[in-house]
Design a protein around this ligand. Structure first.
Ligand code: 1QQ
Length: 380
């Protein structure tokens, strides 16, 4: 009898251990204490084609952060970088590949709002957290609860830049100029119009253009003839740089306030002296007297031989926000990571203090900058 009891106990124990261990194996295991959390993170970026300077800065910023984070050893990230060429179809295909074949835990990117409006719904429907580092149009995080961004939305940036310019230059009459075939340039324009109306400015004309346009004389001639005090322009750098160059060449000398597309030094490279006086708003200022900013600028310059721009800085911070959330989640699980990301508050990055609001959108303070002597300087 005694022996039977013992036998039953032994069998029960073995059975329990077998079932328990099996269940443990089936569940995604949390990394054992002291072991790094390993995860695959996807990146969708413009590597080739128009807008590649945005994508280059973004991937550089992410890779630098990845090297630093992996060296610390708490998390080990395997990056899967996909080129979208700035195109909606390619961004969507990249998202599908990352989600279904690569089985990434999260995606950083894509670069353009225009792309996020197709890649975001795909990631959201698949339960994969996706975070834009440069997507500034209205409605991005409203795509769904898996969609995040740490890019300062135009709805926060434009009131700052326009507000400052209007005060400083006593602007009363404005011309608006924007690209009508891109979600971001259109949304930036909507905000410029709203802000102009709120400030009771007279809008003398609204002019439109398309991506890849080479000649803006028709639009600029019309604007010049109406003698505005300033031009508010929503464009990506390829078009924005050319617009500035052509405007100055034809004698249109009034201040330009540009949306987020103008935050790339590429605008200055294209427009040269014609970029002088351009006003923008951004959470990034590379000459800030802050040890975190200085260290990042030095490391970036050493790695890539040039100074980081806003897009590099936003991507660098985004990677830290993502991997901090991964640590908080304790495991490479998409749902747990989403919840940990949504709980991010008061992250101290190179852009300053950052929190997500209840809609996974940005709480951050912009600086207003002006192009002076071929670079961005504080405008105050
Ligand atoms: C957007 C933008 C662009 C300037 C990103 C490069 O702000 O598409 O939302």
């Amino acid at each position: 009898m005694k022996r039977n009891v013992r036998l039953v106990a032994v069998v029960a124990c073995a059975l329990f251990a077998f079932v328990f261990m099996g269940a443990e194996k089936a569940r995604k295991p949390a990394a054992p204490k002291g072991e790094p959390i390993q995860a695959k993170i996807g990146v969708i970026s413009i590597i080739t084609g128009q807008g590649a300077a945005y994508g280059e800065a973004i991937t550089n910023g992410i890779k630098l952060a990845r090297d630093e984070v992996n060296a610390k050893g708490e998390v080990l990230i395997d990056l899967k970088i996909e080129d979208s060429s700035g195109k909606q179809e390619q961004a969507l295909a990249a998202a599908q590949k990352l989600i279904n074949s690569e089985k990434v835990v999260a995606i950083i990117g894509p670069t353009l709002s225009n792309e996020m409006f197709v890649a975001g719904p795909e990631a959201n429907a698949s339960g994969v957290p996706i975070m834009g580092t440069s997507t500034t149009a209205k409605g991005i995080t409203q795509i769904g609860k898996f969609v995040f961004r740490n890019a300062l939305p135009e709805s926060q940036a434009i009131p700052a830049s326009v507000g400052m310019a209007v005060k400083k230059y006593n602007i009363r009459k404005v011309a608006l100029l924007y690209g009508n075939d891109d979600a971001f340039t259109k949304s930036g324009f909507d905000t410029m119009k709203e802000v102009s109306e709120k400030l009771k400015l007279t809008i003398v004309t609204i002019q439109e253009f398309q991506k890849g346009q080479a000649d803006y004389k028709a639009q600029l001639t019309k604007i010049a003839s109406l003698k505005p005090d300033a031009v508010f322009c929503s464009a990506l750098y390829n078009e924005g740089g050319v617009i500035l160059a052509q405007a100055r060449k034809m004698g249109l000398k009034v201040p330009f306030v540009g949306g987020n597309g103008f935050n790339s030094p590429k605008v200055i490279e294209i427009a040269k002296e014609a970029a002088e006086g351009l006003i923008v708003a951004t959470p990034w200022f590379g000459e800030k007297n802050d040890p975190k900013v200085k260290a990042f600028v030095a490391k970036y310059e050493k790695a890539y031989g040039k100074k980081p721009d806003q897009f590099a800085a936003q991507a660098y911070d985004a990677f830290y926000i993502m991997t901090n959330a991964l640590k908080a989640a304790g495991t490479a699980d998409r749902m747990k990571l989403r919840d940990a990301l949504a709980a991010t508050r008061n992250f101290q990055g190179v852009l300053g203090n950052f929190s997500f609001d209840a809609e996974r959108d940005v709480v951050m303070t912009p600086s207003v900058l002006i192009v002076k002597g071929g670079k961005f300087a504080l405008f105050n």
